[in-house]
Design a protein around this ligand. Structure first.
Ligand SMILES: [Zn+2]
Length: 237
């Protein structure tokens, strides 16, 4: 079907992936984007890139992230707007790590409309708090390429070194135990209004996200392909 500028919905669709820290948004986001032929955008990765490059935005975000806090809504929205606007030739996106609050979800509606698109679905990767702690406390990240491993469930072939690029693995400061607890508290505070927002607009789907990575990715992809059938399952506690 031909697309015209009068039909922004057909021009760009954005699927947002929601979930707590360690829920696998990056991993499943990549798998989903590949399956649908969408571009994958990770706001967390982009922020860490800004921090590495010490941009004004990165400098503002650095202390907050290391402390387990969310970056302020206006800063996060600025980042996402820059990202989406920068991809003038890309039709559709899987977005992970944003929005993280109701205010950001509302801002995203405007940002996406401004680049000629619509948020078609919000997929919530549901995992328990115990699972979040288990995953994050063993997580190791490559200093060079950002790929993540897990000490016990997904170790690299050579201890301390990345399988993909040979870079050095390290524990991110926001994956330290005290920070993990704070991140979980921050997450719970923000997620309920966010889920309610997408549920009320018929775009929320909850995907159980514990278990083998490939199985969860398959579930995420299947759910996204089924499209906007509204909410399934009970509200998350
Ligand atoms: Zn690497």
């Amino acid at each position: 079907m031909p697309q015209t500028s009068k039909d922004p919905v057909a021009l760009r669709s954005i699927i947002v992936l929601l979930g707590g820290p360690g829920s696998g948004k990056g991993t499943h986001g990549q798998a989903l984007a590949a399956a649908l032929g969408y571009e994958h955008l990770s706001s967390g990765e982009q922020l860490r890139d800004h921090i590495r490059r010490a941009t004004p935005l990165g400098l503002q975000a650095k202390g907050l992230i290391e402390n387990g806090q969310l970056v302020p809504d206006d800063l996060a929205s600025e980042l996402i707007h820059g990202l989406l606007a920068g991809y003038s030739n890309v039709r559709s996106f899987v977005l992970d790590g944003y929005p993280r609050s109701l205010a950001q979800a509302k801002a995203l509606e405007q940002i996406v409309a401004a680049v000629g698109g619509t948020v078609t679905q919000a997929l919530y990767l549901a995992i328990s708090d115990d699972e979040i702690v288990r995953r994050l406390s063993g997580r190791l990240t490559c200093k060079t390429c950002g790929k993540t491993f897990h000490e016990s469930s997904n170790p690299s072939a050579r201890a301390g070194l990345c399988d993909r690029c040979g870079g050095e693995l390290f524990r991110r400061i926001d994956d330290e135990p005290a920070t993990i607890r704070r991140r979980i508290a921050v997450f719970h505070h923000a997620i309920d209004p966010l889920l309610a927002f997408y549920r009320e607009t018929g775009r929320l789907a909850e995907v159980p996200a514990e278990g083998p990575v490939a199985e969860v990715s398959a579930r995420v992809i299947a759910r996204a392909k089924r499209g906007g059938e509204g909410c399934e399952g009970a509200p998350v506690q």
